[in-house]
Design a protein around this ligand. Structure first.
Ligand code: CDP
Ligand code: MG
Length: 154
């Protein structure tokens, strides 16, 4: 059985303003992942720069930080088997135009710079823990049982 883990997900300002929080949360709930934390915030610029620090030398960095701080985001932590990799499969490719139908970006977006959602990168081990710590205090992560866990996992 795959390892249970926690992963960081965020509906970006375009997704929030387009009214897509519910649609996106539903997809993870229905898949069987468990919501363990969530908050609706405007990201301070220094936090945005730290969160996207790996991209600080890229030409799109300033625009990305401008955009992610341009309105509210809905930050979440989801838990489940192989969660980081499974969530990225559900999110699709970075560019919505390259994302298959059925994925969040492939169904809900059109443009690279307006791709609706952030999720921790399964190809960057530890990014999930790092991002969770950046956005949430330990006390904000809530432990509870989903009664259907016995049906979701063998
Ligand atoms: O979000 P993801 O991990 O799929 O992609 P990334 O390569 O880590 O890039 C972070 C974000 O920067 C993307 O989600 C895009 O919003 C933005 N980006 C961009 O605006 N232009 C690019 N050429 C690449 C990324
Ligand atoms: Mg990334």
């Amino acid at each position: 059985m795959s390892e249970r883990e926690r992963t960081f997900v965020m509906v970006k300002p375009d997704g929030v303003k387009r009214g897509l929080i519910g649609e996106i949360v539903s997809r993870f709930e229905e898949r069987g992942l468990k919501l363990v934390a969530g908050k609706f915030i405007e990201i301070p610029r220094d936090l945005a720069e730290e969160h996207y620090g790996e991209h600080e030398d890229k030409p799109f960095f300033e625009g990305l930080v401008d955009f992610i701080t341009s309105g509210p985001v809905f930050a979440m932590v989801w838990e489940g088997g192989d969660a980081t990799r499974q969530v990225r499969h559900m999110v699709g490719e970075t560019d919505p135009a390259e994302s298959p139908a059925g994925t969040i970006r492939g169904d809900l977006g059109l443009d690279l710079g307006r791709n609706v959602i952030h999720a921790s990168d399964h190809e960057d081990p530890g990014s999930n823990e790092r991002e969770i710590e950046l956005f949430f205090d330990e006390a904000e992560l809530i432990d509870y049982e989903r009664p259907d866990e016995a049906l979701l996992y063998e």
